[in-house]
Design a protein around this ligand. Structure first.
Ligand code: NAG
Ligand code: NAG
Ligand code: NAG
Length: 455
C-alpha cells in the first residue's frame, strides 16, 4: 500500500494554527499511514527549530510557503502528495465586473512600452478598485485570505492601483483577458504566494461572480486528489466559452524533488537544484503563459522540515558555491531560467515570467516571536518606486540576457505593509500575525495587472 501523503488538511485552513491540534487527529483517521505521519509531525513539533517550520512538516515540501507564517495560514503537508487545500468553494456573491476603460494611460508609444519598466511608478488612489469583492469570489478565494471575512474593519488598502511611470497600463477586463487567452493555458508554479496570485487571477477574471460553467480540469494535469489525501498538488480550471485554462501547481523551491528511498516513509527528498519540476517539464508544451515564483522556503529550517537534501548533477551537493542556501537558490533560479530560455524557441507562443520575491513586513520580531505589521495607513512610507534596478537582484540576474521576463513586484509591494493579513483571521488567533501573505483582493491583483499589460 502506498503510504503517501497525508496532508494535513488541517493546517490549511481557514482557521489557522488553532486547528493544528485537531489536524493531527484528523490525520489519524484519514489514512492508514497517517499514524506514522502524525508521529513524525509530533516529533517535528517537539524538535522544532527557530524557523517555525516545525509546525508543519512536509517531507516533500513544507506546506507553507514562505515563512513560517504560512503554515498558519496555509496548512501543512505531511507527506509527499498533498499540499494545500481549499475549502470553501461554494457560495458566491458578486461584484460587478464591467469597468470602463477610462483609466487608460497612453502617454507612450507602443514600442516604448514594450521595453518599459513596470516596476517604476507609483500607487494612486482609484475608486474603481478593488476589481472584485472580498466578500464574494467564494468559488476560488480561500476564506483564510479574504480579509473581508475577518475582524478587520479597515479596507483602505483595497483602493489603489499601480501606475508605472513609462508604461501603458490597460484597465483589467476579465472578458478581454479571456479573449486574449482564447484556446490558451496560463500556469502559475510556485509556493503559497503563487497560489495567492492564482486565486487573485481567478477572481479578477470572473469579477468575483460565480461562474458555474467553469470546469475543474485538474485531472488532465494529474492534479486529482491522491487516494487518502485531502488536497491536490494544484488546481486547474477551464473557461469553456474561450477554452482558456488557468492553473496553479505547488512547487515551493522550483526544484524537482524525489524521495531518496521510496520504501522508507521517513525518507529524505533529493532536491535537484538543476532540474525543473517534473510537472513543468511534462506540461510546458501545453502552456502559453507561465509565472514562476519561489523564495521564502529557502532557509535551513524549511529545508530540514521538508527533509530536502540539495542535489546537483544527480549527486548530493559538494560544490562550495552551492553550500549556502542563498547560493543554492541562486543556482536553482539560473538553472530553471536557462532551461526555459532553451525551450522558448521551440514554443513560439510561450511567455515566461519569473516573479521576484514578495516582501514580508514583520516588525519587532519574527512570525513566531511576536513580530507584527499593525500599520493600517496606506503608503505611509511613500508611494513611488524610482530606481531602475530590481530590489531582487537574484531574480533580476537570473533572467538577464534570456527570453524569460521579470515580473518585478518587490519594491512596489514593499510600499504596502498595511495590506498583509496581519493579526486578523477568521477566528481570533491571539498573537499570530501573518505579515507575509496578502489580503485578497489586494496586492497580488496588481501583480496580475502587470502581466495582463504584457500579454
Ligand atoms: C482548447 O485549446 C487547446 C489548446 O490550449 C486545444 O488543443 C484544444 O483543441 C482546444 N479545444 C477546443 C474544444 O477548441
Ligand atoms: C530504504 O528504507 C527501507 C525501510 O526503512 C530500509 O529497510 C532500506 O534499508 C532502505 N534502503 C536503503 C538503500 O537505505
Ligand atoms: C548566481 O549564479 C550566477 C551563475 O552561476 C553567478 O554568476 C552569480 O554571481 C551568482 N550570484 C550570487 C549572488 O550568488
Amino acid at each position: 500500500m502506498r503510504c503517501s501523503l497525508i496532508e494535513l488538511p488541517i493546517f490549511e485552513t481557514k482557521h489557522g494554527a488553532q486547528d493544528y491540534q485537531y489536524g493531527i487527529v484528523t490525520i489519524l483517521i484519514v489514512h492508514s499511514c497517517a499514524f506514522a505521519a502524525a508521529i513524525v509531525l509530533l516529533v517535528d513539533l517537539l524538535v522544532d527549530d527557530q524557523s517555525g517550520s516545525s509546525m508543519l512538516l512536509n517531507p516533500k515540501e513544507e506546506p507553507m510557503e514562505e515563512d513560517s507564517i504560512s503554515h498558519l495560514a496555509e496548512g501543512k503537508d505531511v507527506h509527499e502528495t498533498v499540499k494545500h487545500s481549499d475549502s470553501a468553494m461554494d457560495r458566491m456573491n458578486m461584484l460587478s465586473t464591467e469597468r470602463e476603460d477610462e483609466n487608460r494611460v497612453s502617454t507612450v508609444s507602443s514600442s516604448e512600452w514594450q521595453a518599459c519598466n513596470y516596476a517604476k511608478g507609483r500607487w494612486v488612489a482609484d475608486s474603481r478598485r478593488p476589481l472584485y469583492s472580498g466578500s464574494g469570489c467564494k468559488q476560488w478565494l480561500s476564506d483564510m485570505w479574504a480579509c473581508r471575512l475577518t475582524q478587520r474593519t479597515d479596507f483602505s488598502y483595497e483602493g489603489y492601483r499601480w501606475q508605472p511611470t513609462n508604461c501603458e497600463m490597460p484597465e483589467f477586463q476579465g472578458a478581454e483577458f479571456l479573449r486574449k487567452m482564447q484556446d490558451k493555458t496560463f500556469a502559475f508554479i510556485g509556493d503559497s504566494l503563487g497560489r495567492q496570485q492564482f486565486q487573485s487571477l481567478m477572481c479578477m477574471v470572473s469579477g468575483g461572480e460565480e461562474m458555474l460553467e467553469v470546469e475543474d480540469v485538474g485531472e488532465k494535469y494529474g492534479l486529482a486528489i491522491p487516494e487518502g489525501a485531502t488536497r491536490p498538488d494544484g488546481w486547474a480550471y477551464r473557461f469553456p466559452d474561450t477554452n482558456t485554462t488557468i492553473l496553479f501547481y505547488w512547487s515551493a523551491s522550483l526544484c524537482d524533488t524525489e524521495p531518496i528511498n521510496i520504501t522508507d516513509p521517513a525518507t529524505e527528498f533529493a532536491m535537484h537544484l538543476d532540474r525543473p519540476p517534473a510537472f513543468l517539464r511534462r506540461f510546458l508544451p501545453q502552456f502559453d503563459v507561465v509565472v514562476l515564483n519561489t523564495g521564502h522556503h529557502w532557509n535551513r529550517g524549511k529545508l530540514r522540515a521538508n527533509r530536502w537534501v540539495m542535489y546537483a548533477n544527480g549527486k548530493p551537493v559538494s560544490d562550495r558555491r552551492l553550500i549556502t542556501v542563498g547560493g543554492a537558490k541562486n543556482y536553482t533560479l539560473y538553472s530553471i531560467v536557462r532551461w526555459l530560455d532553451s525551450q522558448i524557441p521551440l514554443y513560439p507562443q510561450l511567455k515566461v515570467f519569473l516573479r521576484t520575491i514578495s516582501p514580508r513586513h514583520f516588525a519587532n520580531g519574527e512570525w513566531n516571536t511576536g513580530g507584527s505589521c499593525d500599520n493600517i495607513s496606506p503608503l505611509s512610507k511613500g508611494s513611488g518606486v524610482f530606481k531602475d534596478e530590481s530590489t531582487d537582484p537574484v531574480a533580476e540576474g537570473a533572467v538577464r540576457g534570456t527570453k524569460v521576463k521579470i515580473l518585478d513586484i518587490t519594491a512596489l509591494s514593499e510600499l504596502r505593509d498595511e495590506a498583509h493579513m496581519s493579526r486578523y483571521s477568521i477566528k481570533a488567533s491571539d498573537g499570530i500575525n501573518d505579515c507575509l501573505h496578502w489580503c485578497l483582493p489586494g496586492i497580488p491583483d496588481t501583480w496580475n495587472e502587470l502581466i495582463y499589460a504584457q500579454l
